[in-house]
Design a protein around this ligand. Structure first.
Ligand SMILES: [Zn+2]
Length: 218
């Protein structure tokens, strides 16, 4: 195991929790960083707190409420409230470049606590579509953070090239399949574990799980 410190960008969802276990296997000291930026996020924050407490991990929650000010609707229509999206949609608070901001702040935290490694659960394989979740961007940002902070960070993306079924497989290999299945939150409606079963996030999660279990019993 590397005797080095690592920061995990952690939301309390399936992907970042799998990354947390991935990091715990590899690094002596792991610190979780969660970004707090909207109402609906509250359930996710609680979930993230519970997971880090159970695993005994130092957990920093950064206030990113300013993201709500930058949300398209808040900028373009001052007369409407910033609300969560309809069922199954992205919240209206979605901000372009969000991951750029999050990873940059994670870099600042890493610099402050003396962590060399930054782990993020971004993925090009399943849908994301966000340019700042792509491998080329992560590589570019890695160079930028190193130059900006005169550091030698290494950004790890264990999920970049795997699909949801393979993410479940990775969790299983890390001995965390049941933990991830029962204690993480990915549902757009804020329901833990299997979630509402109806929203796109729940459907994607379930399809991946079923696909993995099928290959497992074969
Ligand atoms: Zn759901």
């Amino acid at each position: 195991m590397k005797k080095e410190k690592a920061i995990v960008v952690f939301s309390g969802g399936q992907d970042s929790t799998t990354c947390l276990f991935w990091a715990l296997k590899r690094f002596e000291e792991v610190i979780a960083v969660t970004f707090d930026y909207n109402q609906r996020h509250k359930a996710e924050i609680d979930c993230a707190i519970n997971i880090t407490q159970e695993l005994g991990i130092v957990h920093h929650i950064l206030d990113m409420q300013l993201l709500n000010q930058l949300a398209p609707n808040a900028l373009t229509r001052v007369d409407i409230d910033v609300t969560d999206g309809e069922e199954g949609e992205l919240p209206s608070t979605f901000v372009p470049g969000r991951n750029l901001l999050f990873l940059s702040f994670a870099g600042v935290v890493a610099s402050q606590v003396g962590a060399k490694h930054i782990i993020t659960g971004v993925c090009e394989t399943d849908f994301s579509g966000y340019p700042d979740c792509k491998d080329i961007f992560i590589k570019s940002l890695n160079v930028t953070l190193n130059l900006a902070m005169d550091n030698q960070f290494i950004i790890h993306t264990p999920l970049m090239w795997i699909n949801k079924a393979e993410t479940w497989k990775l969790a299983d290999e890390l001995g965390a399949l049941d933990f991830v299945r029962t204690k993480t939150l990915t549902c757009y409606n804020g329901i833990i574990a299997e979630g509402c079963g109806e929203c796109p996030a729940c459907k994607l999660r379930k399809r991946g799980y079923d696909d993995y279990i099928k290959t497992k019993v074969r």
